[in-house]
Design a binder for this molecule. Structure first.
Ligand SMILES: C[S@@+](CC[C@H](N)C(=O)[O-])C[C@H]1O[C@@H](n2cnc3c(N)ncnc32)[C@H](O)[C@@H]1O
Length: 291
């Protein structure tokens, strides 16, 4: 098959199988197989015939994408802020909404009272997207936990690729459990998390790319989506610096009021503030630990 024929063939399959943006997907996967970017492909003669190996690999990837495996898992990478992060099926694909969470945290910690090299806990780090971004932007020392050992292997790859081993430590375990032995009580400038927040009954109604391919333990937030907020909010308090430490959480759709209540029920926190994402949805909530 030529380049043109390959793209046409893949696009028809994607359209039949209801894969969104058939052309974009066909092109990304072909560029990946040919080991080139879009511009290089454009400069190449479109009658160029794929080698047997290239065609074989392309056919396999197209079949997987037609089965709704996310493009990012097939490419093995996903963009987040200024980096391409390694991803595989064990981690949630980092989302643009989470970039907003990181931006709010950076803005907060750059305010007047903040310290040089803040100490950060990232709960449920997945690919390490939040942890590596804060380490780079703030020269922060980040402790990142996840209950999935497989996810932590991916996070560690991203830490190593970005040469952040001195700043980011990934630790295995449930929420704050791995931090208890680290003597961090009252030492932490920021507790941050993008927790699983999809209400249990909603998970299976999401696009097949999400419901059938992303890790369920990264999605399912229990009956009302708030299980992790109820666990994280009170548990964060003893770690945060009195009068200085911030809690910053990503919000699931429609959960702002409930999470405001969960935080409001803990007298140690200031009144929480909510920020929208680029689509105008309430996406980030933050509160400071009082003295
Ligand atoms: C929504 S994903 C967020 C991943 C990453 N922080 C991001 O923003 O792209 C939630 C993460 O929490 C992890 N997780 C689920 N239950 C957990 C628990 N009890 N303790 C620690 N991490 C947990 C999942 O494995 C998953 O990596």
């Amino acid at each position: 098959m030529t380049i043109n024929e390959s793209l046409q063939w893949a696009m028809e399959i994607f359209e039949q199988e209801g894969v969104e943006n058939a052309r974009g997907n066909a092109e990304h996967l072909l560029d990946h197989c040919l080991g080139m970017d879009r511009t290089a492909r454009f400069l190449m003669r479109h009658e160029r015939v794929l080698s047997t190996v290239e065609e074989d690999v392309y056919r396999r990837l197209v079949a997987q994408r037609a089965d709704h495996t996310p493009l990012q898992y097939l490419l093995g990478k996903a963009p987040f802020l200024n980096e391409d992060l390694v991803v595989d099926k064990w981690v949630l694909i980092p989302r643009p909404e989470t970039e907003k969470v990181v931006e709010v945290a950076i803005w907060l910690l750059r305010q007047g009272e903040s310290v040089v090299a803040p100490v950060v806990l990232d709960i449920g780090t997945g690919s390490g997207a939040i942890a590596v971004s804060l380490a780079k932007a703030l020269q922060a020392k980040v402790w990142a936990s996840d209950v999935s050992a497989e996810a932590l292997e991916v996070a560690q790859i991203n830490v190593r690729r970005l040469q952040l081993e001195e700043q980011v430590a990934v630790v295995h375990g449930d929420l704050f459990c791995p931090f208890h032995v680290l003597n961090l009580a009252g030492q932490v400038d920021l507790v941050i998390s993008n927790p699983p927040y999809i209400p249990h009954r909603v998970v299976d109604t999401l696009a097949p790319e999400v419901s059938q391919h992303e890790p369920r333990m990264a999605l399912d937030g229990g009956e009302d989506g708030c299980d992790f907020y109820r666990a994280i909010v009170p548990a964060a308090i003893p770690f945060l610096k009195p009068g200085l430490g911030w809690l910053v959480l990503e919000l699931g759709d429609g959960l702002a009021v409930k999470v405001q209540d969960i935080i409001g029920n803990q007298r140690e926190f200031s009144t929480p503030q909510v920020f929208p994402d680029l689509n105008g949805k309430d996406r980030v909530i933050m509160a400071k630990r009082g003295r």
